[in-house]
Design a protein around this ligand. Structure first.
Ligand code: PGA
Length: 265
């Protein structure tokens, strides 16, 4: 099944030359490793820092999309430093990450802000990738635990408030438990069975809130410490529509190995 593979570069790399270089080398490695078919059969999206997006769009690799790591909650006006949905749209961007836990934590983003961003994105026909996930797990807590489900469902309730039925097809959810993100202390990739349960729960939320038919169109990704090896653990997981990958996507050889392993999942 075609997967959506989203590379979240975060605040990387340090210079435009390094960003150019990464894309140029990636282009070469894709052809060297004969990955063109894999790239064509799946959906590959790279989210660089805003400032590099335009030049990377110009250097576009066939079938590799450049997206955005964030968007302003304001559509227009005097908001220094902000980038609007309309601006992203005008650049040819389709995929926009919203509500990443690092933005919630470091920039105090609330579900209400994220909701406004999502509504604005949908208005401009962009595809928001909404990150949801709990902070920590107590010992023995699973994806089916009431506390965990409550956190995820309230993020979905608040972040997707007012989303219209016809826009559901443009929504992507990334289940990214914060404890699994590679840069957090003692992080580890989530267990496949647990991710499966959470994805079923998230799909169930969409079925209840919208309809079974509409829910089937929502893509649900997993994110948190994915690398070239553990991505293969997920190969039996038919319910999984893809991955949101941070650190491993910024290392060329690791990233190429991930794309290579996509053939097997
Ligand atoms: P990670 O990051 O793959 O480095 O854990 C994922 C993310 O934060 O989006």
């Amino acid at each position: 099944m075609a997967k959506l593979i989203v590379a979240n570069w975060k605040q990387f790399p340090d210079t435009k030359e390094q960003a150019d270089n990464f894309i140029e080398k990636l282009r070469g490695l894709i052809s060297k490793h004969k990955l063109n078919k894999v790239i064509e059969n799946n959906k590959i999206v790279i989210l660089p820092p805003y400032i590099y997006a335009d030049r990377l769009i110009d250097k576009a690799i066939n079938n590799v999309e450049i997206g955005s790591q964030d968007v302003s909650k304001f559509n227009q006006g005097a908001f220094t430093g902000e980038i609007s949905s309309k601006m992203l749209k005008s650049m040819g961007i389709k995929y926009v990450l919203v509500g990443h836990s690092e933005r919630r934590l470091n920039f105090n983003e609330k579900n209400q802000d994220i909701n406004t961003k999502i509504i604005n994105c949908l208005h401009y026909n962009l595809k928001p990738i909404l990150c949801v996930g709990e902070n920590v797990r107590a010992k023995n807590e699973t994806a089916n635990n009431f506390r965990i489900k409550k956190i995820i469902f309230s993020q979905l309730n608040e972040c997707l408030k007012g989303v219209k039925d016809e826009d559901i097809k443009n929504i992507i959810i990334a289940y990214e438990p914060i404890w699994a993100i590679s840069t957090n202390a003692n992080s580890s990739v989530a267990e496949v069975g647990d991710v499966e349960t959470m994805m079923i729960n998230i799909r169930f939320w969409f079925e209840t809130r919208f309809s079974k038919e509409k829910a089937a169109n929502v893509k649900i990704l997993y994110g948190g410490s994915i690398n070239k090896d553990n991505i293969l653990n997920f190969k039996s997981l038919f319910i999984n529509d893809g991955f949101l990958i941070g650190k491993a996507s910024t290392n060329l050889s690791e990233y190429i190995a991930i794309l290579t392993n996509l053939k097997k999942i």
